[in-house]
Ligand binder design. Structure first.
Ligand SMILES: NC(=O)c1ccc[n+]([C@@H]2O[C@H](COP(=O)([O-])OP(=O)(O)OC[C@H]3O[C@@H](n4cnc5c(N)ncnc54)[C@H](O)[C@@H]3O)[C@@H](O)[C@H]2O)c1
Length: 280
């Protein structure tokens, strides 16, 4: 179903690496809903070339390389995007995350601190950089909408999520702090969508991903939220129907974040002994 929710809107979408990427699904939904946008990723990620297929599936949207940690690249990205699309930006998807510590499999108690800085720069501070460059250039329209993607490990311990947990905590904090300043200045809204475990390159990089995705699925009354459902939700946040929502972290997780324990977890996922299942 399409609703024409983004007709006439211009966007920038960060983070589509391949067809599994959440940003990929968001781009396709934004296109279906009538938006135009530029697609961007790190120059090294563009070598994979998949993003150009996405661009052609979305009516030949432009692809602009940008390392999200580089202010110079971001300035160029905003200038070119506004020029190509003929005006200010109405929505931005920040779907970027990377931890060299996770990639190299370093134990949390023995992190490499240069890598740790890189994790925070790429996965959290980059949102601040995007917003700061945009604000300086007055590049986002009044009532524009910025969405970033987070994970519940921002506030709870997931043993193998490593320094990405700190990155997500910082990311959600930037959503609140910048959301205040940009809201007052230009009525720009900034929100984080906290998504279920999803099979993507970044997701699968986390040790034990399959097990905790299965655990979350058993725990959630609606099951894990798919990347497609995340894309649907992002579209609503970019649309004019959610104008008064800002500075929030909103869970697209099938109910997981509110659960303690579920029957499915007890009955299907743990092989509990009958003793364990008996009522007192
Ligand atoms: N997959 C999950 O289980 C899950 C759950 C919750 C939140 N998220 C978040 O969703 C977001 C998107 O991740 P995904 O799961 O779609 O995986 P993905 O691997 O498809 O996307 C991550 C993207 O970050 C980009 N990136 C990395 N370094 C960059 C840089 N320096 N400059 C520009 N781009 C850079 C990568 O090229 C890639 O496109 C991430 O923030 C991730 O933490 C993912």
């Amino acid at each position: 179903m399409t609703y024409n929710l983004l007709s006439g809107k211009r966007g920038i979408i960060f983070g589509a690496l391949d067809s599994n990427s959440i940003a990929w699904k968001v781009a396709k939904r934004c296109y279906e809903e009538g938006a135009i946008f530029t697609l961007t990723n790190a120059p090294i990620a563009l070598r994979k070339k998949d993003i150009f297929d996405l661009a052609s599936q979305c009516g030949d949207m432009p692809v602009i390389p940008a390392d999200i940690t580089s202010i110079k690249d971001l300035e160029k990205l905003f200038d070119e995007s506004m020029k190509l699309m003929g005006g200010r930006i109405d929505f931005i998807l920040h779907a970027v995350g990377m931890s060299p510590n996770v990639r190299k499999g370093l134990h949390y108690t023995e992190l490499n601190y240069d890598y740790f800085k890189k994790t925070l720069d790429v996965s959290a501070m980059s949102l601040h950089k995007v917003l700061s460059v945009a604000r300086r250039k007055d590049a986002i329209s009044t009532w524009g909408s910025v969405v970033t993607l987070s994970y519940i490990a921002s506030g709870r311990t997931f043993s193998s999520y490593s320094d990405m947990a700190q990155a997500k905590a910082m990311l959600e904090s930037i959503v609140r702090s910048f959301g205040y300043h940009y809201g007052v200045a230009r009525k720009v809204r900034i929100n984080a969508v906290s998504q279920s475990p999803t099979v993507t390159t970044a997701g699968q990089g986390v040790k034990g991903f399959k097990a905790f995705a299965h655990y979350a699925d058993c725990m959630s009354p609606l099951g894990n939220a798919s990347a497609e459902s995340c894309a649907d939700f992002c579209v609503t946040l970019f649309s004019d129907l959610t104008k008064m929502i800002t500075m929030q972290t909103i869970y697209n997780d099938g109910g997981y974040s509110t659960m303690g324990i579920s029957d499915k977890l007890i009955n299907d996922c743990f092989n509990c002994s009958d003793d364990c299942k008996k009522e007192d």
